[in-house]
Ligand binder design. Sequence first.
Ligand SMILES: CC(C)(COP(=O)(O)OP(=O)(O)OC[C@H]1O[C@@H](n2cnc3c(N)ncnc32)[C@H](O)[C@@H]1OP(=O)(O)O)[C@@H](O)C(=O)NCCC(=O)NCCS
Length: 430
Amino acid sequence: MHNNHRRVAIVDGCRTPFAKAGTLFKHLTAYELGRIATVELLNRTELDPNEIDEVIFGTVIPTIKTSNIAREIALDAGIPKHVPAFSVARACASANQAIVSAAEAIMVGRCDTVIAGGAESLSDPPILFSPAMRQAFLKASKAKSLGEKIGAFRGIGWRDLAPEAPAIAERVTGLTMGESAEKMAKENGISREEQDRFAYRSHRLAAAATDDGRLTREIVPTHVPPDFTITVKSDNGIRRDTSLEALAALPPVFDRQYGSVTAGNSSPLTDGASALLIMSEEKAKALGYEPLGYIRSYAFAALSPWEQLLMGPAYAAPVALDRAGLTLKDMDLIEMHEAFAAQVLSNIRAFESRTFAREKLGREEPLGEVDMEKVNVCGGSIAIGHPFGATGGRLTITILNELKRRGGQFGLITVCAAGAMGFAMVVERE
Ligand SMILES: CC(C)(COP(=O)(O)OP(=O)(O)OC[C@H]1O[C@@H](n2cnc3c(N)ncnc32)[C@H](O)[C@@H]1OP(=O)(O)O)[C@@H](O)C(=O)NCCC(=O)NCCS
């Protein structure tokens, strides 16, 4: 993919700790989290902010006041005011989209240096009035007398007072992400035990990677408002107390009677942000950087939301690997976003299935057997957490740091996303 274009370097990246929604970061907005990650990135890389050509951030549930969150982050992070910024949304692959948008701006020569990432606060989602209340407020705002203002609310009943929170559900099917994971578990025969074992693995590996510093080195120690006496240095969703027995005892959440998806084998609602410095190879080298890695190829995919909603990675990964001229075997590491254990395990089955390859992809051969020793070696979103807009940045930073540490060459990143979409990227070291 990159052969006809300028090579794109991922110079460095970092992120805030990830915190379960409603906990440590409940007083921080998404743009504040984005600013924290961006300021640290600028400090770590000692980049002259005048070098920056553009700022791109992904977010999934924006607030009405900061719909172009990238611009707010750039302004607060001290990036020169003349640097343009825009925001992107591609559900859970939003930070991946920000990175790809940066890469494409660099490939065609429009930019040399871009800050890209994602930010999300699920502690503070926008909660709306009902349509009837909204109409009444609008009418009242145009009223010319107190009587007219009061009259605007005539006909409003108790039901209209109920607020509307954003649903983590598909508009067209009405199914939540959790219900979609349930459907995948059932249709693919992924047992509760398998899901719990995978979740346990995620916590164990994330705890080990926190203890030995592999995860914490990508994290900006963050002081917590309002009194800033607490400094968070690691992700608070990682549970050292969990066990297979504790996981097995949790009730299913999305199908209480026959289900297998629980709070333990799902990713939690999370706050956090990630930021990466993306440059053309020439520019990075001219400035004396030793990039963490390079983008070799990527692919997006989409299927019908009426099918298995979170199977996007199984469609996107073969295309990204083809574009890279590589196979699954060539990958030293694989970083898969863990929305739910059932979703990761379903995609891994599809990677390995000849029937899936033939029937869904029109390919003779499956992608290949997945060596679990290479998958999410620092744990994944189930334990670390999943701030929707930021996760793609975390996956990219984690895999590149770990490839560097191990002396590996190639890595595959996959992300499933609402709307039945998928993303895959192949990254490489020098
Ligand atoms: C699944 C979900 C509804 C659970 O939310 P929740 O009930 O607030 O979750 P909690 O963290 O409070 O966990 C519920 C219980 O399980 C327990 N638990 C959770 N994980 C556990 C683990 N690994 N080991 C042991 N116990 C665990 C908690 O301690 C808690 O117990 P308590 O009720 O005794 O306090 C929520 O995390 C969710 O919606 N996740 C999916 C998000 C999503 O759709 N993402 C999109 C993906 S693309």
